[in-house]
Ligand binder design. Structure first.
Ligand code: KG4
Ligand code: ZN
Length: 337
């Protein structure tokens, strides 16, 4: 079964075709919207308009390079939430219409489930059960996963998500949006140990996160110190180390609490080099497995949506011919296919 995946929940237009029989991606393409950089953050209306411009050309390109025609597909999967409502509706309307015209099933995919299953696209795919650390721009969650659609939330961010904290702190340091990769690059030139930031909520039991205080800590440190490039790099380094160590501490706790021996990391912050290295270290020290998507599938993409759609269609999930999109959507509200 070949499944087309469409991702339009935020500022990336992603399209891909996954082949379930061969267990491989046939084609994928991504358009990263640049219109937002000048505004310092994503402007929802501009995002919707850009998806409208780019989605059909990308679809043609991906179907051609996959060597597939629409009616031959086993289904069309599209991100239906959570995300920006207007942006989601572009993918939902196009995905549903194409599926209707091609007489194939359409399937609404949960964006965080797609992130969570993204490591399944790798040659060494994780087996169930596992603990997933989801670290994106909008969410930071620890989830106990026993199968597709079987998710128990262990902990989550009470304020800013990890990616959001990266983006906001990057802005304070004068870096462009999206700030995560830019802050990580600046941190490379930072001197370790010059500043020490707190590891929020690690001094008490539990698996929830709170990252908004780190941004304030960065601002106060910036105000107190000299306003030079080295100080900014040192702050970036201290911030990154605090986020990474906090995530590692909570992952260790979640693994111990759940008894799972496998950790899956997904979402944009999963592309962070220092986080990947620290979690590999944790896995080696504790004799655990750790799985990441390849770098390009940590951030938003169509491939993870195609895979999540495939996993549910293969299990026989069928949806009625009505559709909507959800700006907010709880992962725990999902059921197995
Ligand atoms: O998963 P994603 O593409 O979109 C959402 O679903 O939110 O995640 C985007 C987030 C942004 O906040 C971005 O700054 C962050 O992931 N990010 C990173 C890195 N690459 C992307 N944060 C830290 N280090 C990186 N290398
Ligand atoms: Zn995402």
């Amino acid at each position: 079964m070949r499944v087309l995946g469409i991702e339009t929940s935020c500022d990336e237009t992603g399209v891909a075709v996954y082949d379930g029989e061969r267990g491989t991606l046939l084609a994928h393409a991504l358009h990263r919207q640049e219109v937002h950089a000048a505004h310092g953050g994503v402007v929802p209306e501009l995002a919707s308009r850009d998806h409208i411009r780019k989605l059909l050309p990308l679809l043609r390109e991906v179907l051609a390079s996959a060597g597939t025609r629409g009616p031959e597909l086993g289904g069309v999967a599209y991100t239906a939430g959570p995300g920006l409502l207007g942006a989601l509706l572009v993918g939902a309307a196009v995905g549903r219409s194409l599926a209707f015209a091609w007489r194939v099933p359409a399937l609404a995919v949960h964006h965080m489930e797609a992130h969570l299953l993204a490591p399944m696209l790798e040659a060494r795919a994780p087996a169930f059960p596992f603990v997933a650390l989801l670290v994106s721009g909008g969410h930071t969650q620890l989830v106990a996963v026993t199968g597709v659609g079987e998710y128990a939330l262990l902990g989550e961010s009470l304020d800013d998500a990890a990616g959001e904290a990266f983006d906001k702190t990057a802005k304070l340091l004068g870096l462009c949006y999206p700030g995560g990769p830019a802050l990580a690059a600046l941190a490379e030139r930072g001197e370790p140990g010059r500043f020490r930031f707190p590891r929020p909520m690690t001094d008490r039991p539990g698996l929830d996160f709170s990252f908004s205080g780190l941004k304030t800590h960065a601002l106060n440190t910036l105000r107190r110190g000299a306003d030079d490039e080295q100080t900014r790099a040192d702050i970036a380094r201290a911030f990154e180390e605090a986020v990474v160590e906090t995530l590692v501490i909570k992952c260790r706790r979640a693994l111990h609490a759940s008894g799972a021996r496998r950790l899956v990391v997904a979402g944009g912050v999963g592309a962070n080099r220092r986080l990947r290295a620290a979690l590999h270290e944790l896995a080696a020290a504790e004799g655990l497995e750790v799985h990441f998507p390849r770098l390009e599938f940590c951030t938003d993409n169509g491939a993870m949506v195609a895979y999540a759609g495939y996993a549910r269609l293969r299990a026989g999930q069928i949806e009625p011919l009505v559709f909507g999109a959800h700006a907010r959507w709880s992962l725990e509200g999902l059921a197995p296919p």
